[in-house]
Every structure is written in structure tokens, then in C-alpha cells.
Design a protein around this ligand. Structure first.
Ligand SMILES: Cc1cc2nc3c(=O)[nH]c(=O)nc-3n(C[C@H](O)[C@H](O)[C@H](O)COP(=O)(O)OP(=O)(O)OC[C@H]3O[C@@H](n4cnc5c(N)ncnc54)[C@H](O)[C@@H]3O)c2cc1C
Length: 573
């Protein structure tokens, strides 16, 4: 008889490797679904550098669903002017070359109950950590995962206590590798990265100024200021006092000269990191501010690589890649951390539903099909913004056209087995993004925001989503409401049903049905992550059998025999 494996030291449902932005988000979102994960992080605490600072609309929405909107907004307002913009200047004191985003929140109320925010990653992470712990997550610092060994029943991880130097084994049902762009887990699994590769060896210079620098902007936007001049290319983020901030430098020297194109990225102009020291940092800082001799102090310098690559797969058996481990992109457009946080949001409900036996294990394959497609698109869009805003010398060959920010932030759509696609009107090969004004509740897209009232309080339809499936029907959709409640009860699937425009949920502007692309008797089924999974134009096909079939299909439950009712792939009439 083969000797049985030694018993693990600990058992958990989900082990998270990495306790930074994405690891903490994963722990928090799992906690919302009642799964108490363990996250191990080799550093002593949360991030020490600001890094991510621009948090997009979808991120604000999922943070709102986690109960964090007020805390994050308060912290954001302490740090930054709330509605700053993004532009490109010769220097802070120089001419404006381009304006990309005049006001970060102009027009948001049409689409969302919340706003875009600037908040530094090192200020956001403690808020995520606090919420994750409130929800039951365990976080273990100075603990490094050194090996993973998976079989058909689970994963055995070896983790090392970096202070005590002792090792222990942890048995997990699933592992989420949120271990950053150099992801040791990804390497161990042999998952390759592909894309545009290394773009530059960049630096971030953290500084303090003895004077308020914001008057130099003379009323132009203070949020993210790209700098383009013959000395450097990069961007500033100046905090609300105007006395502190950081300067990212991606390129040095006059990159407008055509002869430099051939030698990137090892060329000196794309490798600021190799020669940086305090004196050089000060020189670059002054050139970017545009005022010789201005009294500034360099507080710290971080070096990092601007890369635009995606992992060839996000799943290996019971191990999932999330965040920078799955996609690494230049910070232009502020996509990296946002995309990772939304990976976590997508994966958490699926892991929870599979662990609780509500969904079949194949639901977990849809994490790869949904998030990898979005990750690939986003890496290309970050690359396109890097080329146009920072490194035009790279040329437009192989570069996607820039997709507008609304479509990127709240218009990307999922095309997977966890969505009943309306293939007649929107084939799977249709673009992966659609402007939120156009998608109108199309399955695979983010469920639209409609301002509604419940028990006298104003809220958004988005506030109804989070832990269960939610069926929204128009004011004449009672038949769907009853069918859904019966089907979910029989299948033991968590589902809440609301008639929007009825007694419980009021629709003061009467806009719900049109926003969701249905009639007053139609219905839309929204997943726990706030994406529309299926909809019916009217009540013609309303039956328990139809909804049973929809739910079983979406949850990828193993089925003994094909059901009589088939899942409609066009809106039912
Ligand atoms: C200058 C700059 C500006 C940026 N601006 C933005 C922005 O405005 N908006 C935006 O969305 N993004 C931005 N980003 C990107 C953002 O910072 C990253 O996308 C984000 O940090 C990714 O988070 P992560 O948790 O996936 O990885 P990381 O933050 O890299 O964290 C990975 C963690 O895993 C830990 N780890 C690794 N291996 C192990 C192991 N074996 N055991 C235990 N722990 C391990 C590491 O210690 C680390 O803490 C910016 C980045 C830079 C550099």
C-alpha cells in the first residue's frame, strides 16, 4: 500500500497568495459570500508606495456593493481634489498639449450612482484589509508561499514564516494567485505571458515641495498631468495640497527624434531606472515642474518595468491567476489595479457558489473565458494609451484604436457559458465592449443603473445586487416574479425577485424597462456580480420550467437528462 500523504497543518476553502490590492479584494469579496479565506503575504503589511491612484467607475461600484463607498470617498477627498482631470503639459508651468479627461466625473450620474476617484493604493489597501477582516478573512504577513502541489481533490501549499523560518502545509480547495506581475505561482504552473513585452525601465520619484505647486497649473486640471518635453516623458500626480506627489518617468531625452526607434527597450532613453540617483531625480523633477531651482526634496525613488502582457490562461486546475499575475499593463489609463480588483469580484461569487454546491464546478471555467478576454482587451488599451500619451515613437502598427473610457469601464461584456447570450442580435464575435448607453441590459453586459425608491429611500438598481441572483421585472412582470421564486426555491438557488415600478420598488422616472431593453411584462436576471445573465422581452414564455432551465444552464449544474424547456438565446416574445 502506498504511504498516505501526511496530514496538512491547516485546512482552508480558499488560499490567496499575495495580500496587496487584489489579494485583499479577493479575501473581502469572498467574505461577502460567507467564505473565510486565508491570504498569505510575504511583506510585513500593506503597500508602502501609492502606485495605483485612479479608481474607475466600475471599481467604485463594486466597492459600494462591499459597503465601502463612504470610507473610500472620505479618504480620497483627504488626498486629492475630487474631480481632477487628466491632461498633457510641457511642464507644470508650461503649455498644455492635450486634455484627455477634463473632469473625471463629468456625466457620471447618467450611468452610475457613484463616482470615479483618486485615492492612493497605500491608502486604499488598509480599508480593504479592515473590511476583509470584518468579514472573517485571515491575513498572515511575512509568510511566503514556496510550493503548490495539486491533485483532483485540492491543493497543498507549503508556506514559510519568514521571521520564525519554519514551514507548514496548508490544504485548500482552491488557490487564488494574486502574487503580482512576477508571479512565482504563474512560473511554477508554466503559464506563459504574451503581448508587447517590456516597454521601459521606469521610475517613480516621490517628492515634497516647500511651495504649493498647483498655482503653476494656472487653473488647468490637477489630477494626472502627463509631461512631454525634450528632457523626459512621464506623468505627475499632485495631491490636493500641491506640496506633495510623485513623478513617473518612463522615457528620458528627446524621444521625438526618429533615429531612436530601432533600439527600444534597452536603449538609455527607455531605461531611466539604471542610472537614477537622487541628483538625477532632482534634475528630472525640476525639468518636469518647469521652474529652475524650485525648492523640492526627493523623498524616495521606486524603479519598475512598464510591460504590456497577458497570461495565456488564468486557470490551472484548482489554481486561478488574478490581478497583475494575470495581466501586466502600463499605468496609462489607470487600468491595472482596477482590472485586478474586478477579476477578484468576478471570481469570488463563482468560487463561493461552487464551494456551497449551488453551482457546478465548470462555472469556474467561465472566470478564464470572461476575465481573460477583458484582460487582453485592457492590456491592449493600456498599451494604446502608453503609445499615444508617452511613446509615439513606438508607432501605431499593432496598436488597437483607443476605445472610449465609458465602454472600457462599464461597457465591457462577458461572452461565456454563464450568460445566455442573445446571439441573433449580438453574435459572440461582436466587439467585447459597447457604450453603456447602447447595451441596455443585453445579457453579458453590466446591469444598468436606474434610480429607484424602496421603503421611501432612494437607491440604484445596482444596490439590489451582491450575493444572490436578482430577477428584475417590469410593472406587469408578476408572472416572471412568481416563476423565478418557485424555480429558485426548488433548485435551492439564492434569488431575490423585484417588480420594478410596483409597490416595493418604485420607478419614479418610469425608465426601468427601457433601460433594461424589455417591455413592462419582461424580466432580466442579474448575476451576483451585477452582470445581466438572461432576459425576456415579455411574459409570453414565463414559467417555472423556463427559469429552472435558465438557472441550471447559468450555474453549469450537472444534469442527468436534457430538460424539456430549452434556453432561449433571443429575447422571448
Ligand atoms: C506608478 C504606477 C501607477 C499606477 N497607477 C495605477 C492606477 O492609477 N490605477 C490602477 O488601477 N493601477 C495602477 N497601477 C497598477 C497597480 O499598482 C497594480 O495593477 C496593482 O498593484 C496590482 O495589484 P496585485 O495585488 O495584483 O499585485 P501586487 O500589488 O504586485 O501585489 C502582489 C503581492 O504578492 C506578494 N507575493 C508575491 N509572491 C508571494 C509569495 N510567494 N508568497 C506570499 N506573497 C507573495 C507580494 O509581496 C505583493 O505584495 C500603477 C502602477 C504603478 C507602478
Amino acid at each position: 500500500m502506498a504511504p498516505s500523504a501526511p496530514a496538512p497543518d491547516e485546512d482552508v476553502d480558499v488560499l490567496i497568495i499575495g495580500g496587496s490590492l487584489v489579494g485583499l479584494s479577493t479575501a473581502m469579496f469572498l467574505g461577502i459570500h460567507g467564505i473565510r479565506a486565508l491570504a498569505v503575504e510575504r511583506h510585513a503589511s500593506t503597500a508602502i508606495h501609492p502606485r495605483a491612484g485612479h479608481f474607475q467607475l466600475r471599481t467604485s461600484e463594486v466597492l459600494r456593493s462591499a459597503g465601502l463607498e463612504d470610507r473610500v470617498r472620505r479618504r480620497s477627498e483627504e488626498q486629492y481634489l475630487p474631480n481632477g482631470g487628466i491632461n498633457n503639459v510641457e511642464s507644470l508651468a508650461g503649455r498644455e498639449i492635450a486634455s484627455y479627461f477634463p473632469n473625471l466625473n463629468a456625466g457620471v450620474e447618467e450611468f452610475s450612482p457613484t463616482i470615479r476617484m483618486f485615492i492612493d493604493q497605500d491608502a486604499l489597501e488598509p480599508i480593504l484589509r479592515e473590511r476583509a477582516v470584518e468579514l472573517g478573512a485571515q491575513l498572515r504577513y511575512r509568510t511566503q508561499c514556496t510550493a503548490l502541489d495539486q491533485d483532483s481533490d485540492g491543493v497543498t501549499a507549503t508556506v514559510k514564516d519568514l521571521d520564525g523560518d519554519n514551514e507548514l502545509t496548508i490544504r485548500a480547495q482552491y488557490v487564488v494567485a494574486a502574487d503580482g506581475n512576477r508571479s512565482p505561482t504563474r512560473d511554477q504552473l508554466g503559464i506563459a505571458m504574451r503581448g508587447h513585452g517590456l516597454l521601459s525601465h521606469s521610475v517613480t520619484i516621490y517628492f515634497r515641495a516647500d511651495v504649493d505647486l498647483s498655482p503653476l497649473l494656472a487653473g488647468r486640471d490637477q489630477g494626472v498631468n502627463y509631461v512631454t518635453n525634450p528632457v523626459l516623458r512621464g506623468f505627475f500626480r499632485l495631491d490636493r495640497t500641491g506640496n506633495r506627489g510623485f513623478l513617473v518617468v518612463n522615457l528620458v531625452g528627446d524621444t521625438a527624434r526618429p533615429e531612436i526607434i530601432a533600439a527600444y527597450p534597452s536603449a538609455p532613453w527607455a531605461n531611466v531606472a539604471d542610472t537614477i540617483d537622487e541628483a538625477r531625480a532632482l534634475e528630472l523633477l525640476r525639468a518636469a515642474i518647469g521652474v529652475p531651482g524650485i525648492p523640492v526634496t526627493v523623498e524616495d525613488i521606486a524603479t519598475w518595468r512598464a510591460v504590456a502582457d497577458s497570461a495565456e490562461r488564468y486557470r490551472d486546475g484548482r489554481v486561478f491567476l488574478a490581478g497583475d499575475a494575470a495581466h501586466t499593463m502600463p499605468p496609462n489609463g489607470g487600468f491595472g489595479g482596477n482590472t485586478g480588483l474586478q477579476d477578484a469580484h468576478n471570481l469570488a461569487w463563482k468560487l463561493a457558489f461552487v464551494l456551497k454546491g449551488i453551482a457546478g464546478p465548470d462555472l469556474l471555467d467561465t472566470y478564464d473565458s470572461e476575465r481573460r478576454a477583458v484582460g487582453d482587451l485592457t492590456v491592449e488599451q493600456a498599451y494604446a494609451r502608453y503609445v499615444t500619451r508617452v511613446a509615439p515613437y513606438l508607432g501605431t502598427e499593432g496598436m488597437q484604436e483607443i476605445v472610449d473610457d465609458w465602454s472600457m469601464e462599464i461597457g465591457y461584456r462577458y461572452n461565456s457559458a454563464a450568460v445566455v447570450l442573445e446571439t441573433d442580435s449580438h453574435p459572440p464575435q461582436a466587439p467585447l465592449h459597447e457604450h453603456p448607453r447602447e447595451s441596455k441590459g443585453r445579457p453579458g453586459s453590466r446591469a444598468p443603473h436606474v434610480a429607484v425608491e424602496r421603503a421611501g429611500a432612494s437607491l440604484s438598481t445596482l444596490d439590489l445586487f451582491g450575493t444572490a441572483f436578482v430577477l428584475l421585472t417590469g410593472p406587469d412582470g408578476q408572472a416572471w416574479h412568481e416563476a423565478a421564486s418557485r424555480a429558485a426555491g426548488a433548485l435551492d438557488v439564492p434569488l431575490q425577485a423585484y417588480v420594478v415600478g410596483g409597490e416595493e420598488v418604485r420607478d419614479p422616472a418610469g425608465g426601468f424597462a427601457a433601460a433594461y431593453g424589455i417591455s413592462a411584462s419582461g424580466a432580466a436576471l442579474v448575476r451576483p456580480d451585477g452582470f445581466v445573465a438572461w432576459r425576456a422581452q415579455d411574459a409570453g414564455a414565463a414559467s417555472e420550467a423556463a427559469l429552472t432551465n435558465v438557472l441550471e444552464t447559468l450555474l453549469l449544474r450537472p444534469r442527468d437528462a436534457p430538460s424539456e424547456a430549452s434556453v432561449s438565446t433571443t429575447p422571448s416574445h
